[in-house]
Design a protein around this ligand. Structure first.
Ligand code: COI
Length: 354
């Protein structure tokens, strides 16, 4: 899509209202959004317009039956003034999988990339400059056809908004509660897709775990309630006796872009990284015998977040004295360096927005 698209710019920017010392996470949205609609069997009417409310019918199928998928990615501006978007092609590929799972018509990768380029370009001034900050890009597709039959909709809206953010977690190492009772996803379900419904399902267990004094839920598998899956906003990694373990992708966890990047960076560092089923008892034993060196989460919003404690049933294991581990810190710095252009992008992960 190289042609011009209808672009309506704001008359007066809201950028002066943003506290770039600490923009929060997702509290404020940049001036513009991108939209495109699906009707009569095709995606059409790409446009950029001021960020703001838009009307959908009360009968819109997304509101009733949850046909809604989304993505999350980040744009950076480095000290060299170059704007880089981190691995948007991987988000496009995951969006395609999410769409397939929810019977949403496929969205072309090149149109997805072009939409993000255009929007980031138009709101370039909103990209925070400080290390650790980014312009978070949130694309969604929702079913807009008004109808009450439980079936795939015939009309959709794709839209993208952006928000200047700091990292999702601001404290030190997080405290996870391994969840035995509730489940996030089951085999054959939609755990691998980035659907709004997966996040809705996490709210009650998340609130309970917060009330009990934990930061996040560590999801276990939905059948035996013993295999580690993910944290919800991040994938999970454990360093045990020099080797790193992370749950393999078997349809119930989100295939994270940061997860994929971490696995590649670990292997380049010569650190063995096994993707496989991980029984929570294995983690507890490793904590008991002193071989559990580190645990950390990895996600777009979170980047890399050290895990200091895991509680399960009546016990709590403390990891690395509850302090951020060296590997988590180094991986985070390495990823941020690549994203900001402070280190060479040997993997060609960044998409430069001219
Ligand atoms: C992301 O890391 O981009 C996510 O989608 C997590 C988000 C729900 C905060």
């Amino acid at each position: 899509m190289n042609a011009q698209i209808p672009t309506q710019l704001v008359e007066s920017s809201r950028i002066d209202s943003v506290n770039f010392d600490d923009p929060g996470f997702g509290d404020v949205f940049a001036d513009h959004m991108f939209q495109m609609d699906y009707r009569d069997g095709r995606w059409t009417d790409a446009r950029i317009l001021p960020y703001g409310p838009f009307a959908i019918e009360p009968g819109a199928l997304c509101l009733h039956y949850g046909q809604a998928v989304f993505e999350g990615l980040k744009a950076f501006i480095g000290d060299d003034g170059v704007v880089r978007v981190f691995r948007p092609d991987r988000n496009a590929a995951r969006l395609a999988e999410s769409c397939r799972r929810l019977c949403i018509p496929p969205f072309d990768e090149s149109v997805f990339l072009d939409a993000i380029d255009r929007l980031v370009r138009v709101d370039r001034d909103w990209i925070p400059r400080r290390r650790g900050q980014a312009l978070y890009v949130r694309p969604l597709i929702v079913a807009t056809e008004s109808n009450l039959n439980v079936r795939p909709a015939r009309e959709y809206r794709f839209f993208v908004m952006t928000s200047p953010v700091r990292a999702y977690f601001t404290g030190g190492a997080v405290h996870l509660k391994a969840e035995r009772r509730y489940t996030r996803a089951a085999p054959g379900g939609m755990g691998y897709a980035k659907t709004a419904g997966n996040y809705a399902a996490s709210l009650l267990p998340g609130s309970e775990s917060l009330r009990e004094g934990h930061d996040q839920v560590l999801w276990l598998d939905g059948v035996e309630h013993r295999h580690v899956e993910e944290v919800g906003q991040m994938n999970i990694f454990f360093k045990i006796a020099g080797k790193v373990l992370t749950p393999d992708l078997r349809g119930t966890i989100l295939p994270g872009v940061t997860r994929e990047s971490v696995i590649e960076l670990l292997r380049e560092r010569g650190i063995e990284c096994e993707e496989r089923r991980i029984d929570i008892d294995e983690i507890l034993h490793a904590a008991d015998d002193g071989s559990l060196e580190e645990a950390f989460g990895a996600g777009t919003a979170a980047v890399i977040v050290p895990v200091g404690r895991i509680s399960i049933d009546a016990r709590t294991v403390v990891i690395n004295n509850g302090e951020p581990g060296a590997l988590a810190r180094e991986l985070r710095e390495q990823i941020v360096d690549i994203q900001r252009g402070d280190a060479p992008d040997a993997h060609h992960w960044n998409r430069i927005v001219e």
